[in-house]
Design a protein around this ligand. Structure first.
Ligand code: 13P
Ligand code: SF4
Length: 350
């Protein structure tokens, strides 16, 4: 098996504009935009999407708004109305530099909250307030205070997939794109890395010299993959390249050829251009890359994130029309939560 580095790729979490210019049938509305998704959206379905896309493009101009979309967004969002796409780290970084009055976050609530923390003066909207995350739900601020009392002096590194209240109790944040670098930057022998148990265990495998204590939170999408899934795919597709997100259980990552954040996974595929690849993660990842790379065959399985899939063109349009749902962060904890995110960003900038 081809064995490549686990989670120590370059800081590959740049915004990731993907387009695939392609001839489209004459008379098709918004032909340039359709060209980017024509391999994914049948021509017959396109006219039904056009009114929402046109309205969103107009509203973005009128409101001076930008749309930040996570890599798990469906192709009809990712390739048509999004201004900036990327992994959690890229979205946090881009949120700092964005020149707009309004940010619409096509992703989940913790991402919108992070954008708001970094842009207290801007209006941040999320199209559906119920777009949560099983990891964010797995831990509370009181839990973190309990850990601090139990492990005095041990730094607490918190995955960005958490509420602002949890971030506020933490020393600094990390994402799957910089977890190894962030933990290493502390220069300590023992660290608490919460709440994703599997991410912490996968980082532990890369940093055996540091004792990493963790919490029993899991991503409901990635915890469902098993080593047997990987073995089955390898048996059916000899030579296939397997790439797993580090929120997967460690025995799944161990069976894979590469592991990294969603942006690292994308960059890996675009650089190595394997003939056949399995992305052991959320389903839209493969769809978004496949739309622009017909020469690469993407083998499923994948799992769907129900929270990410709460985003749609119609609720993005509604968010911009009505300026809802505005994301607010309790001022009593915003400064401390922002500091934890900014300390993470400073590690990447060094
Ligand atoms: P990244 O995009 O940072 O890899 O995170 C994946 C994730 O958990 C999004 O829900
Ligand atoms: Fe949360 Fe997992 Fe969905 Fe990401 S994929 S938002 S970690 S539940």
């Amino acid at each position: 098996m081809l064995k490549l580095s686990i989670m120590e790729g370059a800081m590959a979490s740049t915004a990731f504009p993907v387009s695939a210019p392609r001839a489209v049938p004459a008379g098709m509305p918004l032909p340039d935009i359709y060209a980017r998704v024509s391999r994914h959206i049948p021509a017959i379905e396109w006219p039904a999407l056009v009114p929402d896309i046109e309205a969103i493009l107009r509203l973005k101009r009128e409101r001076n708004a930008v749309i930040l979309a996570h890599n798990y967004q469906a192709p009809e969002i990712f390739h048509t109305v999004a201004d900036i796409v990327g992994d959690s780290l890229a979205l946090a970084r881009e949120a700092v530099t964005v020149k707009a009055d309004v940010i619409v976050l096509a992703g989940v609530h913790f991402m919108a909250e992070t954008a708001k923390l970094l842009n207290p003066g801007k209006t941040v909207l999320i199209p559906d307030l119920a777009a949560g995350c099983s990891l964010a739900d797995s831990i509370t601020a009181a839990d973190v205070r309990g850990l601090r009392a139990k492990y005095p002096g041990v730094p607490i590194v918190t995955y960005v997939n958490t509420s602002a209240a949890v971030k506020a109790e933490s020393d600094l944040c990390c994402t799957s794109g910089n977890a190894v670098e962030v933990i290493r930057s502390l220069g300590v022998k023992r660290v608490l890395m919460i709440p994703d148990e599997f991410l912490a265990q996968n980082v532990q495998a890369v940093l055996p010299e540091i004792e990493i204590l963790t919490w029993a939170g899991h991503c409901e999408v990635h915890e469902r993959f098993t080593p047997a899934d990987i073995r089955d795919v390898r048996e059916s597709y000899p030579g296939v390249t397997v790439i797993a997100h580090p929120e997967c259980p460690p025995d799944v990552v161990a069976e894979s050829d590469f592991s990294g954040s969603t942006a690292m996974m994308m960059n890996f595929v675009l650089e190595k251009r394997p003939a056949q690849v399995v992305l052991v993660t959320e389903c839209s990842m493969a769809d978004n890359i496949a739309a622009a790379n017909p020469d690469i065959e993407f083998i499923k399985p994948c799992n769907m994130c129900p929270h990410m899939k709460r985003m749609s063109l119609s609720n993005i349009r509604h968010a911009l029309e009505t300026m809802t749902h505005e994301v607010v962060v309790d001022p009593a904890l915003a400064d401390r939560a922002r500091a934890a995110v900014e300390r993470m960003l400073a590690v990447g900038a060094r």
